[in-house]
Ligand binder design. Structure first.
Ligand SMILES: [Zn+2]
Length: 272
């Protein structure tokens, strides 16, 4: 099944040309302004997300309804955007799906081919920087999806009362209050004790000698306070107790115990 590298670029070019034709054809060939006989949006979504569990009738409909084809293309784009972030597209699954639908012959087979190539082209499109835009004959396409911008919510931590530790001495954090920190993208502002130097510090999240997150950032004097501002994305950090350590180049550390909290995946809130 695996293609040789030298065959791939030629095939990808052919696939692109074929898909450009297929797309422009399917996008316009079957106007259905009243959306007669169209499946519900959920059915298109489910086909985009999980082709193996969708009905062949939906696929066949898409092959003969331009509005549904265009909507399905948009949904596929969304799904592929999400999946390319996680793992390569599973071609075995997609090919397996066409095998499990032996009735998909003739026109329906052509449709399956469009979709398989569509998935592939979308994958190529989002793998290649600055790809040529896909031609559609729509006057404008206001909803072209892009990677969602990560929203960093501001969080300030006051480290001004923490006694600095020198060298590799283990932190004595027993008397310190553990601060709850959401496991989400954060715009962290750390206030350092008065007299801290305006230099670059290493900010890290550690537990039992393991570093779960780390970034370096420069401290600045702002209205009488020494502040470090750093963007921290704690979504990949398991919810648990950690030490947030701020370490200078000279090896002087400030250690703040924190507890990373589970946040809901859609970012609407966090568990108390
Ligand atoms: Zn339709």
């Amino acid at each position: 099944m695996r293609m040789r590298i030298k065959d791939r670029s030629g095939l990808e070019r052919q696939s692109k040309e074929f898909l450009a034709f297929a797309r422009s054809y399917l996008s316009d060939a079957f106007p259905n302004p009243d959306r007669q006989g169209c499946p519900p949006e959920e059915a298109l979504q489910s086909l985009a997300v999980n082709p193996s569990e969708s009905q062949a009738t939906i696929t066949e409909h898409i092959a003969s309804c331009s509005p549904c084809f265009r909507r399905y293309s948009e949904l596929l784009t969304d799904v592929q955007l999400q999946r390319t972030a996680d793992r390569p597209v599973s071609w075995k699954r997609i090919f397996g799906w066409s095998r499990t639908h032996p009735l998909m012959v003739g026109a329906a087979l052509a449709c399956a081919l469009f979709i398989v190539i569509g998935v592939r082209l979308l994958w190529i499109r989002f793998s290649v920087p600055n790809p040529p835009p896909l031609e559609t004959h729509q006057p404008h396409n206001p909803t072209s999806p892009v990677n969602p911008v990560v929203a960093y919510s501001p969080l300030s931590l006051d480290l001004t009362n923490i006694s600095p530790i020198r060298g590799s001495k283990p932190p004595t954090t027993g008397s310190q209050r553990r601060v709850r920190v959401p496991g989400s993208p954060l715009d962290l502002t750390l206030s350092l004790p008065l007299g801290s130097e305006e230099q670059t510090y290493s900010v890290s999240l550690k537990s039992a000698g393991r570093t779960f997150w780390s970034k370096s950032a420069k401290a600045h004097l702002n209205k009488g306070q020494i502040l470090i501002r750093v963007q921290a994305d704690f979504r990949q950090v398991p919810a648990d107790n950690y030490n947030l350590e701020v370490e200078s180049a000279a090896g002087i550390r400030l250690v703040q115990p924190v507890s990373i909290q589970v946040t809901l995946p859609n970012g609407t809130g966090q568990k108390p």
